[in-house]
Design a protein around this ligand. Structure first.
Ligand SMILES: [Zn+2]
Length: 152
């Protein structure tokens, strides 16, 4: 059995008697308002740094924020500049991580693969990504950070 059309679809358009009035023309435009709301929301400063779970790919404005913060591969002692880096989800997307500056960092391809292969942990403290090695690399798991791009 086929479902009946949703009643809200018919409510978005004026009844035939009302369509003669020019004032009733705008309702079809308001049906498109969610797209307008989305674009105005994405431009707001409050939402500029987060796409949450909407997209896995880091959009350009979040990539720019990560570039401004990390300036290059954030892995300790790496010197690869930002244009050659990939954006990495600190809490993996597959584990529910969001696409945001708080959950992102720049890594060169080599260190991006290393992070996934060797099970490093990353924590952002005061805007600085810190890398905690797995026990088989450093039994003390002393946090490290990149000091090539940012001394402080
Ligand atoms: Zn690197």
């Amino acid at each position: 059995m086929k479902a009946a059309p949703a009643p809200s679809t018919t409510l978005a358009f004026p009844a035939p008697e009302r369509s003669r009035s020019p004032a009733r023309s705008p309702p079809p435009r308001s049906a498109r308002s969610p797209a307008t709301q989305t674009s105005s929301r994405s431009c707001s400063a409050a939402r500029a740094a987060s796409f949450g779970r909407t997209t896995r790919v880091f959009p350009p404005h979040i990539r720019k924020a990560l570039t401004a913060r990390d300036q290059g591969c954030a892995f300790p002692a790496c010197t690869i500049p930002a244009p050659w880096c990939e954006a990495h989800h600190i809490t993996y997307w597959s584990h529910g991580g969001t696409t945001s500056t708080e959950n992102g960092t720049l890594l060169c391809s080599h260190h991006h693969h290393l992070i996934h292969k060797e099970q490093w942990t990353i924590q952002v403290k005061a805007g600085v990504p810190w890398f905690i090695p797995p026990p088989h690399i450093d039994p003390r798991q002393k946090p490290q950070r990149n000091r090539y791009f940012r001394l402080e």
